[in-house]
Write a protein that binds this ligand. Structure first.
Ligand code: 9WO
Length: 225
């Protein structure tokens, strides 16, 4: 799968894109991440990507021309889904992540200032996605969140030591507590059942713990339980 990101801060992505799992996935050809500096698509000598809002008001709006030209150039004849990261978008859930991971390729737009000219939404955006109900200074961090979570659903990206099946959201619940050695850490002991070797009892304990954590932190997920 191919990710193309259009941003005024391409250098923000390096630590995420060069991180171990995403790096390995790129080296093995499972995915590729291409960063595009929006300013390279401007036509004026100041490389301006914003302008004052019609109707007045504070702040600036991202001007349509560089975004339109960047998307046209990048998409070319390839099929791709154009995504805009915005708090006004559809909430990003594990279900949406899995459907995005099935393809086609993604072109991700990162907004800045007060937002993008509405004609960008109208004419080039296929999907507007939110990672949560808060406002940031730009769409870059949400874009990295999207790349990271979509990438791990692409077959072959995760090693077999990291499984997807057993994960919290697969059951519609949060995760049960995990423990590793030592069995007694500075006086705090691992629950005995986990040391018992009784797989049925362990599985029941984990399920019960997942319900307890979900009820406490995310009662909204309990509706269908
Ligand atoms: C901001 C905004 C606030 C309320 C309702 C809709 C909104 N849209 C935007 C918007 O597109 N803002 C641009 C991108 C410009 C300012 C910084 N941007 C941004 C994106 N901040 N936060 C996000 C974001 C994206 C995805 N998920 C959560 C937050």
């Amino acid at each position: 799968m191919r990710f193309d990101v259009i941003t005024i801060f391409p250098e923000m992505f390096s630590p995420v894109v060069d991180e171990s799992i995403l790096k390995r996935a790129q080296e093995s050809g499972k995915l590729s991440i291409h960063l595009h500096d929006l300013r390279d698509y401007t036509k004026d000598k100041h490389r301006k990507v914003d302008d004052r809002p019609f109707g007045g008001g504070p702040g600036m709006v991202m001007t349509p021309q560089p975004l339109f030209d960047a998307v046209r150039k990048i998409k070319g004849r390839r099929k791709a889904r154009v995504v805009l990261m915005s708090p006004a978008g559809r909430p990003l859930t594990n279900k949406l992540v899995k459907s995005l991971a099935r393809g086609p390729n993604l072109v991700i737009l990162c907004g800045h200032y007060e937002g993008v000219d509405e004609r960008v939404r109208e004419k080039i955006v296929d999907e507007e996605i939110s990672i949560g109900d808060y406002v940031l200074t730009g769409g870059e961090l949400p874009a990295m969140v999207l790349i990271d979570c979509v990438a791990r659903h692409i077959p072959g990206v995760l090693g077999k030591e990291t499984s997807l099946e057993d994960e919290s959201f697969e059951e519609g619940l949060l995760e049960y507590p995990h423990y590793t050695r030592p069995a007694n850490f500075r006086g705090t002991k691992v629950p005995g059942v986990l040391l018992s070797g009784n797989h049925k009892a362990i599985s029941e304990w984990r399920n019960q713990q997942a319900l307890r954590v979900t009820r406490r932190n995310r009662p909204d997920l309990m509706k269908n339980k």
